[in-house]
Design a protein around this ligand. Sequence first.
Ligand SMILES: *Cc1c(COP(=O)(O)O)cnc(C)c1O
Length: 380
Amino acid sequence: MKFNTKAIHAGQENESTTGAVMPPIFQTSTYAQEAPNVHKGYDYARVGNPTRTALEKMIAGLEGATDGICFSSGVAAMDAIIRMLKPGDHVVTTNDLYGGSYRLFTEMFEPYGIEFSFVDMTELTKVEEAITDQTKLLWIETPTNPLLRIVDIERLTTLAKKHDILSAVDNTFASPYLQSPLELGADIAMHSTTKFLGGHSDVIGGAVATSNKKVIESLRFQIKTTGAVPGPMDCYLTLRGIKTLAVRVQRSVDNAKQVATFLENHPKVDVVHYPGSKKHAQHDLAKKQMKDFGAMVSFSLKDDSTEAASKMMSNVGVFTLAESLGGVESLVSHPASMTHGSIPKDVREKAGLMDSLIRLSVGIEDAEDLIKDLEQALNS
Ligand SMILES: *Cc1c(COP(=O)(O)O)cnc(C)c1O
């Protein structure tokens, strides 16, 4: 099956008693048993729920994995992956990382003795230098957030295999429509399904796709034991969103290209970060690794101040000033004070995250309206 077909049908069956085309929302906490432990595959809804199973099979199908495992949020999915490690273990990850991931790693796991090195993953030698005998995981995020650098998944997973290290890719920014980490050698693809997969800014969720038996076993055991499960309604909404993933993301990408070109030519704009731009440092890699260039665009202003960025962002009308991304509606945000507020200023600036940096999640409205909106906000 090709992708557009998979997004509708992967792992999906019509419901057996009624023929319902969409899986019912199995709003139940438990399941009747015929005799102790004799049941139809479900015993308690923390462990499993048919609506969740339908979503998990879809996620597996989209990522070309044997298994999908869904969580109550993206950070819950990451939390479970890192919990596979033990005190003394070491993780190498990128220095341009989703703020919530940085907070989870440094505030939750470092105190428990798991160590993290944050390096520029666009340089393979820096990653190789950071690897020690204790390194158990490469945590990759690409395109990176919010600077939209592109990291070479295939080269990094090859390096991980050479050192017998697991590799995981946070595939949230690309979505499975644009990028397939498992095909590029990764053991794990992780998603905040809150973003492009759900696609309508109405549900929080997370997912992991993998074909690695040990990882599957560990994550299934963890979700049963620690309980970060998504409810059936949330699974239904996410699955509903996924049905239109391919058309939504393609249109958002087409709009993002036009928005990026507009920004590149605007006199008040300093640097535009968009992998689709020929000026982007990893443009060729993006072309090779991704099906298209994504719906995220970020840019800094010549007047590099929080005030200038705030003024622009308070004047948008079609865009909405809000955290998050990947929905049908266009959003604008200020990473330095919002999503990346938990990263210390000196760490942020070292990575190139300027005070005036503005991040756009381009939705599926008409590109002309989006550009007009940005133009009036920049000129106001
Ligand atoms: C939003 C996001 C997360 C966290 O997901 P939640 O669903 O908000 O918990 C992780 N990684 C990336 C890249 C994200 O954008």
